[in-house]
Design a protein around this ligand. Sequence first.
Ligand SMILES: [Zn+2]
Length: 163
Amino acid sequence: MICEICGKEIFGRPKRIVVDRAELTVCQDCSKLGEPVAERRPAAKATSPRIIARRAAPRISKELLESEVCEDFSERVRRGRIAAGMSQEDLAKRINEKVSVIQRVESGRMVPSVRLCRALERTLKIKLLIEAEAEEPIPRARPGPAPHEPTLGELARIKRKGQ
Ligand SMILES: [Zn+2]
């Protein structure tokens, strides 16, 4: 092993140093001329932030895409079509779409556009789009206990009163 700075034979353990960003194998004496090479794991440090970025991006776009279309759209379209007595071809013709579009929507592989949803809703008399107004409080849909649950005794009394 030869020192890359002075060119002499290295006795003992060769030293790895950095001089002007170049890594050199040098002898004991020349090792003072540069910074010792630090223990590095270059791959691990570089990849982890990239993975996080890649994971975050599709989640946002997926939420945006599906925000207006109900989650079980594929099931609703399929049931609605069968209830209407239509084949996938019939439905495609009625809404002026390709059969492959109907197939992809019914299998859940394609989220229908708002325009396509409206056409399907009209044709099949189903609901696919989640309207902002529909989420206004509907008393029955509210979770949690009712304000007052009548006890068995009270129910019996109500019944007796009614008779
Ligand atoms: Zn040397």
